[in-house]
Design a protein around this ligand. Structure first.
Ligand SMILES: *Cc1c(COP(=O)(O)O)cnc(C)c1O
Length: 445
């Protein structure tokens, strides 16, 4: 919600912005038009049909409200509506994008890099795999069975062979399976996910780097979800081990619109070696005139992009620097503590079955049962009953291979099982945890 204080801050900032740009003196005030007000009110009513993403009892999908500073900076930028394709369309916001992206690169330990913002993690991963293909033509991509489905699809778009590699019971890519998959020399790139979308599992990056070195593979780290956890020393030991060597990756994707408090439309691709820029080279007869400095459109696949996304990220980083020990990291640590506490409480409760302990802040579990079919039905029932009580969870389908090692007493009459999933990505989840557990227990009873 926009509070009065926020609207006042926006009005002051908008006046400051207007003082530095010429305004059309004959411009009317469209907001004074009653028809516009009525349309906005209708719009608000249409938007009632949403889950309450901002509420701490929304503990389902990967949705996190943007920080007020991000929303306000975005709205402020809208009065200019810059286009970060070229400096001609967004001079100030392009500079802010460079600074904000350098800040993300620095978070991963890179003092030099090539990178830019994208519409989201999908576009960012597309660029990573595209550059991988340019560097290793004819060779394919390997990713774990729990990697985001986008990698298989993007490999199809790029006409690269795709090889799925087994994951272990913790949802982490199995380095021995990668070694076997790479043996015939037809893999050119491996995707290591630091924070899988389903379970938040972190692939064993040090072992993946070893295999990659033996077989000449590029290593692309998909940290769209988990990247900001680089700032914490309270993640699982396996996650800490992976993040400690993330600077050795060839490319990294992080989505500020996931854990970075940004509105949607903010992903980021980073390359360790700035010279991959040669693959982006193109000529444009009509875009790049106002500067000899490189324009962002010369190092990205997308052309027009919201400069507002860069402005919002830049402003957020000013208020909440993505640094270890700061307020941003403290909020992330609250999410992590909530996940560890939820997993612990469910593991101690005979009414529930847990799977792997969380590497980051995503927890998967199910109501107790004796067969996979029974557990799946109970999960769906619990999901609906919890929603009736105001607690919003998510459902997930996991393979029998992933669940069986955790549930020795369960008979697997089906190839997969439906479980409950909570992405505890709001810091408020920590204080809401007693309420979450109480509602959950009532829903499962
Ligand atoms: C969310 C996510 C993606 C896709 O990113 P979008 O921003 O939704 O396009 C890719 N990989 C991982 C690990 C993700 O969590």
């Amino acid at each position: 919600m926009y509070t009065d204080k926020e609207l006042e801050a926006l009005a002051r900032a908008a006046a400051e912005l207007a003082s530095g740009l010429p305004v059309d003196p004959d411009r009317g005030d469209a907001a004074a038009d009653e028809a516009l007000v009525q349309v906005l009110l209708d719009t608000a009513r249409r938007l009632h049909d949403n889950f309450p993403y901002h509420h701490p009892l929304y503990a389902g999908q990967m949705l996190k409200p943007p920080h007020p500073v991000a929303r306000l900076a975005w709205a402020l930028a809208m009065t200019v509506n810059p286009n970060n394709h070229a400096l001609d369309g967004g001079r100030a916001s392009s500079a802010m994008e460079r600074e904000a992206v350098a800040r993300l690169a620095a978070m991963f330990g890179w003092q030099t890099h090539l990178g830019h913002l994208t519409g989201g993690g999908t576009m960012a991963n597309l660029e990573a795999l595209w550059i991988a293909r340019e560097l290793h033509p004819e060779r394919g991509v390997a990713a774990s069975a729990l990697a985001h489905y986008t990698h298989r699809r993007l490999a199809g778009v790029l006409r690269m062979p795709f090889r799925e590699v087994e994951a272990d019971a913790c949802g982490r890519l199995d380095p021995a399976a990668l070694e076997a998959a790479a043996a015939d020399g037809r893999i050119g790139t491996v995707v290591a996910t630091l924070g899988t979308t389903g379970t938040g599992s972190t692939d064993p990056l040090p072992d993946i780097l070893d295999v990659a070195a033996r077989h000449g593979l590029r290593v692309h780290v998909d940290a769209a979800y988990g990247g900001y956890f680089r700032l914490l020393d309270t993640v699982s030991a396996e996650a800490a081990r992976a993040f400690a060597v993330v600077d050795r990756a060839d490319s990294i994707v992080i989505d500020p619109h996931k854990h970075g408090l940004q509105p949607y439309g903010c992903g980021c691709i980073l390359f360790r070696d700035p010279s991959v820029a040669v693959h982006y080279r193109h000529d444009s007869a009509y875009t790049y005139f106002t500067s000899d400095d490189p324009h962002l459109g010369e190092i990205s696949l997308e052309c027009s992009r919201a400069g507002a996304a860069a402005v919002a990220l830049w402003a957020t980083q000013r208020l909440l620097p993505p640094a270890p020990g700061g307020e941003f990291a403290a909020d992330l640590a609250r999410c992590r503590r909530a996940a560890v506490a939820l997993h612990g409480a469910l593991a101690d409760d005979p009414a529930f079955l847990t799977l792997m302990p969380p590497d980051l802040d995503i927890v998967v579990w199910a109501p107790a049962g004796t067969t996979a079919g029974e557990i799946s039905r109970a999960s769906r029932r619990c999901f609906h009953r919890a929603a009736e009580r105001g607690l919003h969870l998510a459902l997930m389908e996991v393979s029998a291979a992933l669940a069986a090692p955790w549930w020795p007493g369960v008979r697997f009459d089906e190839a997969s099982v439906t479980v409950l999933r909570s992405v505890l990505m709001k810091p408020e989840h920590e204080r809401a945890l007693p309420g979450i557990l109480k509602t959950l227990r009532a829903a499962a009873a």
